[in-house]
Design a protein around this ligand. Structure first.
Ligand code: DGJ
Length: 719
């Protein structure tokens, strides 16, 4: 068996090599798609083709039409938005990139990395384009590495991760925008001539207003199941930029990368500037397929421990805010245990003594237990949780500081703030000067000290409650234009250290709502906080937005007191992701508690389908007054369907919902689950068995018109 696998692997490698080197074309393939580069006689690298594979490989060489330079620099003949702009050590502000060579590494049977080296004929300046192709998932990752051997430093003004070219009759851009508590609102519009930019300039995070994700539909607008599109994202936890330039010939270029705004970067000889990865998938079957590709890729290659389990939890934030003591926390741990969740998460407010953290105005930066609230320290809490048979997790926000803190008093030079100007506070806090290695030690130490002192800590929530304004880094001195880039690099350096020492410690990525959700950070995190807005009606839309790019296993969905919807509705919405609670359990009625205890048990039985299954979005809340979506496990034996009726109109009539992703030839039992105690399913198909073919062609009458009602169905394939 082993021999067979090895032989197969070698064959695949050889095949890749042969394919890559044919003619003067560089072909980079995934299961259904291909990116082809060609080299002209003058050694210019051009993009020849990007799209669905052609049946005949020889046909790529026949592609005619004006091909475009793959990675267009500024300074020579290019008059459009460049991917690269550099001023050489001698002051020459132009770059000319010529093909030198390309090589391909086979990382494993599924992943290859192609490197294409480009060099300026007049300068010792090289840009290497990297493309990683994930064959099964149909995903590609692109980045560049820039290096030079000039006599002195050079200045980079533009340094995109990728440039892609398209030739379609029309282009539609779907973008995601919002703000605190209204994240990921989806909007689609046709692109017109000129440049459309989606970017951010927030420094500590990629987004709050514009999210680092897009769909570009080609020729016709795409739906869930139809249309040709690419879904793209940038793995960078800082300022990002996507520029979509539609030129005079109706050709489109997408330039993706770090936002070069106010970020010219000086590069010393031999220093390598590595851009973050632009990640994209191509789909000929609409957005649903693109999302499934990215989910599969993220679970396997991006999100930390994407194929492992997650903890259900009870968080104390909304039930106590800053006001708690040991007794109160003990009671909440008891509630967590009663509820049946895995973990109790202690949020903000547990630290600071000279300046106690009793509100958001003081204490941030002073990571010692507050003696008044917690006289027996964290160790006592870890033990108390253990006694209640739940695990213990804790909140930190290690990159930040309140002016009212000992940290601020001791290290005023560790803080980002402009000289000769008043401090610009946000949530009463300032940001630490992370490019400073001493600050990195401190931030790493916040995690490390906690874990060293209390190895029983089973979970961390890493928060980041402000973006950058009025910034100046005392450490960077005269190189202030490096700040945005170096902050993110320093953040990754800290994350690397945390993960080197604590590779599997579950950590939630939170940012005062959904401001820090990108594939760059998720490499180090198990899950993310989508929004402070947990009103389930809003969450249907917010989670719908994130589901376009991120797998459900990473989405922390908490049941809270936000919104007037029923506990049943809140619970059903939280279940389509990683369920948790942030609620006064003691205030639940007997029925509500019983329902919740049962819901936790039910969730634990079905969560593997939601976490690792394939998502099919069946009815969009943007198109109807309801949302319906389902998860199907990989061997199509089990599925969970979520149905949410939103604000309906008078006498609203809903049609049947046709399911997707099932095996047409299999029979499935349909069972409504997570029913409220004493209630019965109103679905006529409940308890019956149907073929996959019936379910996908005729469908189910899952929705009734009761506003803000919901139902969950389990489908089980019969032998
Ligand atoms: C913002 C987060 O989104 C909340 O969940 C909570 O952790 C607070 N920060 C604490 O300050």
């Amino acid at each position: 068996m082993k021999k067979l696998v090895l032989t197969l692997f070698i064959c695949v490698c050889l095949l890749f090599l042969l394919q890559a080197q044919e003619g003067n074309l560089i072909r980079i393939e995934t299961r259904n798609h291909i990116l082809v580069y060609g080299v002209t006689k003058g050694q210019q690298l051009q993009q020849v083709y990007l799209g669905e594979k052609l049946a005949n490989t020889a046909d790529y060489a026949k592609i005619t039409g004006k091909k475009q330079e793959a990675y267009m620099p500024f300074g020579m003949e290019n008059v459009f938005e460049p991917a690269l702009r550099v001023t050489h050590a001698d002051g020459n502000p132009s770059a000319d990139l010529r093909y030198i060579n390309s090589e391909r590494h086979t990382i494993d049977a599924n992943v290859t990395e192609t490197m294409i080296q480009l060099k300026d004929p007049q300068y010792p300046f090289t840009t290497t384009l990297h493309v990683k192709a994930y064959y099964q998932e149909d995903v590609m990752e692109q980045w560049v590495e820039i290096v030079h051997q000039e006599k002195q430093l050079i200045t980079l003004y533009n340094y995109a991760s990728s440039m892609l070219h398209f030739n379609a009759t029309n282009y539609w851009l779907t973008q995601f925008h919002g703000d605190w508590a209204k994240e990921m609102r989806m909007e689609t519009a046709p692109l017109t001539a000129g440049i459309k930019v989606i970017d951010s300039k927030l420094g500590t995070r990629a987004d709050e207003f514009e999210a680092p994700f897009f769909y570009l539909s080609l020729n016709t607008p795409s739906t869930e199941n139809t249309g040709e599109l690419i879904a793209g994202s940038i793995g960078w936890t800082g300022n990002f930029k996507f520029a979509f330039e539609l030129d005079e010939r109706h050709a489109l270029r997408i330039i993706s990368g770090i936002n070069p705004f106010a970020s010219e970067y000086q590069l010393n000889p031999s220093e390598v500037f590595k851009s973050p990865s632009f990640i994209f998938t191509y789909s000929n079957n609409g957005k649903g397929q693109a999302s499934r590709n990215l989910h599969q890729w993220a679970r396997k290659y991006s999100l930390l421990d994407g194929d492992q389990s997650r903890y259900t939890l009870l968080n104390n934030w909304e039930s106590t805010f800053f006001s708690f003591n040991e007794a109160k926390l003990g009671q909440l741990m008891g509630d967590a245990s009663k509820l049946g969740v895995d973990l109790f998460l202690l949020d903000d407010g547990w630290f600071g003594n000279k300046h106690p953290r009793n509100g958001d105005t003081a204490g941030l930066g002073d990571w010692q237990e507050n003696k008044e609230k917690l006289p027996n320290g964290i160790g006592y809490l870890v033990k108390a949780a253990k006694e209640q048979q739940v695990k213990f997790g804790i909140w930190i926000e290690p990159e930040m500081v309140n002016p009212k803190s000992e940290l601020y008093e001791k290290h005023p030079d560790w803080i980002l703030k402009l000289p000769n100007r008043e401090e610009l506070l946000s949530r009463n806090q300032l940001i630490l000067d992370l490019p400073n290695p001493q600050v990195q030690d401190f931030v790493f130490g916040v995690v490390d000290n906690l874990m060293q002192a209390h190895p029983g800590i089973a979970y961390i929530k890493w928060d980041c409650n402000r973006f950058m304004t009025g910034m100046f880094s005392p450490y960077l001195k005269k190189q202030q234009s490096h700040l945005y880039v170096d902050y993110t690099k320093a953040l990754y350096a800290v994350f690397e250290r945390v993960r080197a020492k604590y590779p599997h410690l579950p950590i939630m990525l939170c940012s005062g709502g959904g401001g820090r959700i990108d594939y760059g950070a998720l490499k180090y995190f198990n899950e993310y906080w989508p929004s402070d807005n947990t009103d389930p009606l809003e969450r249907v839309f917010i989670q719908w937005g994130y589901s376009q790019y991120l797998p459900a296993i990473a989405s922390c969905n908490h049941i809270t007191s936000w919104g007037k919807e029923s506990l049943k509705f809140k619970t059903d919405v939280a279940m389509m992701g990683k369920m948790g609670y942030d609620l006064q359990i003691a205030h639940l009625s007997e029925q509500e508690l019983l329902f919740s205890q049962q819901a936790v048990k039910t969730y634990k039985q079905i969560s593997d389908i939601i976490w690792y299954g394939n998502l099919y979005r069946l009815v969009s809340p943007y198109e109807e007054n309801r949302a319906v979506l389902m998860y199907v496990n990989n061997n199509q034996t089990k599925a969970i369907l979520f149905n949410y009726t939103l604000h309906t109109r008078f006498d609203e009539v809903f049609t049947n919902v046709k399911l997707e992703g099932l095996d047409a030839h299999k029979n499935y039992s349909v069972k409504e689950i997570n029913l409220y105690p004493g209630s019965q399913s109103a679905c006529p198909e409940n308890g019956k068995t149907y073929s996959g073919s019936y379910l996908m062609k005729v469908g189910l009458t899952v929705s009734d018109a009761t506003p803000l009602s919901s139902s969950v169905f389990e489908l089980e394939g019969m032998e």
